[in-house]
Design a protein around this ligand. Structure first.
Ligand code: PLP
Length: 401
C-alpha cells in the first residue's frame, strides 16, 4: 500500500544541518540553521532557563496532568503582556487572548486553520522572500492562493518599498497578510516606522487581515520593548490582528515548541467565541499543549528579578551577533572583497542576506564546507571570532570563482 508514496522535497535547512554534522572537514561552519551559538560555536542553554529548570525538577508537588486545551493560563497572559506591554489598553479592556501553541509555527498554522474554517479565507500574502515555511503552512491548511508581495530589492540590497506598496494595494479585501514584526527572515531588513505607517494605511484601506509573525523579539536591538514597537503600533492603530509569538530563539527553547498566538480584537465580547473555535482546532491537531516550556517562560516572566536576568541574557545574544556583523564587515573590507558590504551592518537580527548568488552560495557549501542557504542567507549566530576569517576568505573565493 505504500509503493505509490513519492519522495517529498527535502527541507533545505534541516538537510544542511544533517550534512554539516556528517561532514568530517575540520573547517566546517554551520551558518544554515537559525539557532544561537556561543563564540565556541556551541548551543547555549540560558542560565536563567537552567535555574528554573532546576527548580521545576526539585519541586515534588508538580505533576504531568493535562493542560487546558488553550494552554497554561499564566503563560498565555504573561506572553501577551510581553509583546503588547502590560498596560496596553487592549489588555486593560480585556480585548486580548493568548492561546498556547507549538512555537511560532504552531501559531501560524492555528491562524491559517482558524481563518479557513471561520471566514472561508483562501488568500494569503507573504513577503518575497520569506521564511521557508510560511507558504507551505498556509497551503497545507487549505489556502489555494498563496501570493507574494515584493520585499527585497536585490540591486540596492534593501526593502523594495514601492513594490511592496503596489502589491498590497492590489490585494483583495479580506486577504491575510503575514508581516515580520521584527528582524525580517531571511533579509534582516525591516521597514522604517514611517514605512510601517504607510503599510498600516494600506492594510486598513484594503481591509486586509494582519498576522504579525514575531519570532525574534529581542534579537534586533537587544531590547525587548524596542523590538515590540511595530506590534504595539498596529495595536494602537486599532487593528484586529493575531501575533504568532515564538519563544524558540529568545529563550533558547527551540525543541520545547513553545509559542503564544496572541489575539487582539476591537471589543471583548467576541473573545470567548474566538477562543472556543481555537480550542476546537487545537483539540484536533495536538489536543493539549506540553507543559515544560510554558512553565519555564511563565516562571521567568512572572518574577521581576528573573525577568531582568533573562533580559540581560537576550541582550548578550543580540550583542554577540552585532559584534560578529561588525567583525565580518571589517574583515570583508580589510581583505578588499569586492562590494561595499554596508548592508551587512545595516541588517538586523539573526540573519544576513549576503547578496551571494546561488552559484556563489553553492561554492561556499560544496568547496568550503560553509553551510548556508542557497538564497544567500547566513545565520550571523553561527559566526565566531575563530571562524570569521575562514568564512570571509571563502566568500572572497566564491565571488572570484
Ligand atoms: N517565523 C519566522 C520568521 C521564523 O524565522 C521562524 C523560525 O525560524 C518561525 C516563525 C518558527 O519558529 P518556531 O521554531 O518557534 O516554530
Amino acid at each position: 500500500i505504500f509503493s505509490n508514496v513519492k519522495m517529498g522535497p527535502t527541507i533545505e535547512v534541516f538537510a544542511l544541518t544533517k550534512r554539516f554534522s556528517e561532514d568530517t572537514n575540520q573547517n566546517k561552519v554551520n551558518l544554515g540553521v537559525g539557532a544561537y551559538r556561543t563564540d565556541e560555536g556551541k548551543p547555549w542553554v540560558l542560565p536563567m532557563v537552567k535555574t528554573v529548570e532546576n527548580q521545576i525538577s526539585a519541586d515534588m508537588t508538580l505533576n504531568h496532568e493535562y493542560l487546558p486545551v488553550a494552554g497554561l493560563p499564566a503563560f498565555r497572559t504573561a506572553a501577551s503582556a510581553l509583546i503588547l506591554g502590560k498596560d496596553n489598553p487592549a489588555i486593560l479592556e480585556n480585548r486580548v487572548e493568548g492561546i498556547q501553541v507549538q512555537g511560532g509555527t504552531g501559531g501560524i498554522r492555528l491562524t491559517a486553520e482558524f481563518l479557513k474554517r471561520n471566514f472561508g479565507s483562501d488568500v494569503v500574502y507573504v513577503s518575497k522572500p520569506t521564511w521557508g515555511n510560511h507558504k507551505t503552512v498556509f497551503s497545507h491548511a487549505g489556502f489555494s492562493q498563496i501570493k507574494e508581495y515584493r520585499y527585497w530589492d536585490a540591486k540596492n540590497l534593501g526593502v523594495d518599498f514601492e513594490g511592496l506598496k503596489e502589491d498590497l494595494q492590489n490585494a483583495p479585501e479580506g486577504a491575510c497578510v503575514i508581516l515580520h514584526a521584527v528582524a525580517h527572515n531571511p533579509t534582516g531588513n525591516d521597514p522604517t516606522m514611517d514605512q510601517w505607517a504607510q503599510i498600516a494605511d494600506i492594510i486598513e484601506a484594503r481591509k486586509l487581515f494582519p498576522l504579525l509573525d514575531c519570532a525574534y523579539q529581542g534579537f534586533a536591538t537587544g531590547d525587548l520593548e524596542a523590538d515590540a514597537q511595530v506590534v504595539r503600533y498596529f495595536v494602537k492603530r486599532g487593528f484586529e490582528l493575531f501575533i504568532a509569538q515564538s519563544f524558540s530563539k529568545n529563550f533558547g527553547l527551540y525543541n520545547e515548541r513553545i509559542g503564544n498566538l496572541c489575539i487582539v480584537t476591537k471589543t471583548p465580547d467576541v473573545i470567548p467565541q474566538i477562543r472556543s473555535q481555537m480550542e476546537i482546532i487545537a483539540r484536533t491537531m495536538w489536543s493539549n499543549p506540553s507543559h515544560h516550556g510554558a512553565r519555564i517562560v511563565a516562571m521567568v516572566l512572572a518574577n521581576p528579578a528573573y525577568f531582568e536576568e533573562w533580559k540581560s541574557q537576550v541582550a548578550t545574544m543580540a550583542n554577540r551577533i552585532k559584534e560578529m556583523r561588525q567583525m565580518m564587515f571589517n574583515k570583508l573590507r580589510q581583505k578588499k572583497v569586492p562590494g561595499s558590504w554596508n548592508h551587512i551592518l545595516q541588517q538586523i537580527g539573526m540573519f544576513s542576506f549576503t547578496g551571494l548568488t546561488q552559484d556563489q552560495s553553492r561554492v561556499m557549501v560544496e568547496k568550503h564546507h560553509v553551510f548556508m542557504l542557497l538564497n544567500g542567507r547566513i545565520s550571523m549566530a553561527g559566526l565566531t571570532t575563530k571562524n570569521v576569517d575562514y568564512v570571509v576568505d571563502a566568500i572572497q573565493d566564491a565571488i572570484s570563482s
